[in-house]
Write a new protein. Structure first.
Lengths: 263, 292
């Protein structure tokens, strides 16, 4: 199909993609620029990276965020997979209702959800703490795992499992050798999603993190409110690289289309 | 016949733990929000003991909340409409114009920004717009603006940042519905002599409606609830209702008034979303009649 409208839309697409990436590219270029304000011409330097790894608080925050997100992703994956296995055994109407129920944490604005969770944890007199931060992030990461894994389970039949059972396999053996391997790509994609969502979830961490503890989004928020610090450029560059890599992994596993539809 | 033990892997009760968690972490907090909003005094113990509607009275006694709610709705509609207009041609090009081999790569490119932390995206935009930043240098070089000026800390900047953040959602939502349109339908319409506008109206738009609806909901709801963007780039004129809720919880520590505000905001949001849904139903019914 060749027409002026199609040509226009194609050029428009490339312009928009370029505009989406322009600010990100500027950050990356500035991370190598010795001037604070990113003035041209660019004098190449690595001093912001040096500052990041020696003086800055950003690195500690990043390490904390990575560990925390790994823990949440692990929790969400275990719980999500168990849930998805259970949903597969429900009657169709029940499982449709349940998957709607599971997506509520994504539909309600996170601001409302996190302030009401803050009240809840205050009632339990836990308040702001690692425990509340863990559960708050867990509940918003869970839907991604459940949706991704359960879409896989409805497609695959339980025939192989039944075969294994007939041949005398124990439940644990079936789970580890048949059920989980058959859904492995979906489980991996789901847990990566959970990791990324948790890693980037500012709002939950803003309300539920213990006082004085700063995860990466909180640290960046505080720095940005004060003014631009050039070592954020260096960190942003590293983070962008680390975001792009899991994405390519998901793409290679063949789940990129699914994410596009689910989110 | 041998008694067969029911296998755990066949039981629907495996979903029970997360059902319990969802009730505890979603239903219970919202109910708490409700009970706090009717509390007459700051809650001392576990649950409110005095009940009154004083929070609601003070919320509506001045028009701070209603003004901010209205302003947020207008900003969210602006962001949604801009995203829609910008995204539609992109999604069309992605679904129907670019070569198949290149399409997956372009989709990945569009997915990348929505996996990058919101804070980093905001920071990138700020960095781009800041006085003496790259954009201002270029504009100053072209003698279009002063190098020290910037659009940061204005209402327009809030809209711009939100569009930048949420555009990928819209593009992907519309793309997935456009991709499902069979090319032969478009060819058929063309062969039968339909004009480009007619094809767009009668073939493409009815099928794209589902994606547009998803995109509008995906953009509108989070934008309404945003407070980070207004707080960071909004300046005095860019405040949204999210900033007000945030203020009551983190600055003035007025939990009961905050709960009231959050709850009224949630209800108002659901009403606006229901209205948007209704509008879409009307449009698609109208289209259905027209196609007949």
């Amino acid at each position: 199909m060749k027409s002026k409208l199609n040509l226009f839309s194609k050029i428009w697409l490339y312009i928009i993609i370029a505009l989406l990436f322009l600010p990100i590219l500027v950050v990356i270029i500035n991370s190598f620029n010795s001037s604070r304000f990113g003035t041209i011409p660019i004098n190449f330097t690595l001093k912001w990276y040096e500052q990041l790894f020696t003086k800055s608080d950003l690195l500690n925050a990043t390490v904390l965020s990575i560990w925390f997100s790994l823990l949440v992703a692990l929790g969400a994956t275990i719980l999500g997979v168990i849930t998805a296995i259970g949903m597969r055994n429900m009657k169709p109407r029940m499982s449709a209702f349940f998957s709607l129920f599971t997506t509520i944490p994504v539909i309600i604005p996170w601001l409302v959800l996190s302030v009401s969770l803050l009240i809840l944890f205050n009632v339990f007199s836990i308040g702001r703490s690692y425990v509340s931060m863990f559960f708050g992030n867990l509940i918003v990461c869970l839907p991604y795992v459940v949706l991704m894994v359960s879409s896989r389970f409805t497609k695959s039949s339980t025939i192989t499992e039944d075969a294994a059972r007939t041949l005398g396999a124990k439940t644990m053996t079936i789970l580890l050798k048949v059920t989980l391997p058959s859904a492995l790509p979906a489980i991996l994609s789901g847990s990566l999603m959970a990791f990324v969502v948790c890693f980037n979830n500012f709002v939950m961490q803003y309300y539920l993190a213990p006082f004085g503890v700063r995860t990466l989004p909180l640290e960046i928020y505080n720095m940005v409110r004060v003014g631009c610090e050039p070592d954020i450029n260096a960190l942003a560059t590293i983070i962008i690289l680390f975001t792009v890599i899991p994405l390519i992994v998901i793409h290679k596993l063949g789940y990129s289309n699914q994410i596009a539809v689910k989110k | 016949m041998k008694f067969q033990r029911k296998d755990v892997l066949k039981s629907p009760w495996l979903s029970l733990p997360s059902a319990f968690l969802l009730v505890l972490m979603i239903v219970a907090p919202i109910l708490l929000l409700l009970s706090y909003s009717f509390s007459g005094a700051e809650v001392e113990g576990i649950l409110p003991t005095q009940f009154s509607v004083s929070n609601y009275v003070s919320l509506f006694s001045n028009n701070i909340f209603s003004n901010l709610m209205l302003k947020s709705t207008v900003i969210s509609l602006e962001v949604t409409v801009i995203c829609l207009l910008v995204a539609f041609p992109c999604a069309w090009a992605l679904a129907k114009v670019v070569k198949e081999q290149r399409r997956n790569f372009l989709v990945i490119l569009i997915i990348i920004p929505f996996f990058i932390s919101q804070l980093i995206l905001i920071y990138a935009i700020m960095n781009f717009f800041q006085p003496k930043g790259i954009l201002m240098e270029i504009l100053a070089f072209l003698k279009l603006a002063d190098v020290k000026s910037s659009i940061l800390y204005t209402r327009a900047c809030v809209v711009l940042v939100l569009v930048y953040e949420f555009l990928p959602y819209m593009i992907l939502a519309i793309y997935s519905s456009l991709e499902a349109i069979d090319n032969s339908e478009i060819y058929a319409a063309k062969t039968l002599g339909a004009s480009k506008f007619r094809i767009l109206r009668s073939v493409v738009l009815p099928k794209a409606m589902a994606g547009i609806r998803t995109g509008v909901i995906l953009v509108f709801i989070p934008v309404m609830g945003s407070f980070v963007e207004p707080n960071i780039v909004g300046g005095p004129n860019g405040m949204m209702v999210g900033s007000l809720i945030d203020n009551q919880f983190t600055t003035s520590y007025n939990m009961t008034l905050g709960a009231t505000t959050a709850l009224v905001f949630l209800v108002a949001l659901l009403i606006v979303v229901a209205l948007i849904n209704l509008l879409f139903n009307l449009i698609s019914n109208h289209k259905g009649v027209e196609v007949k």
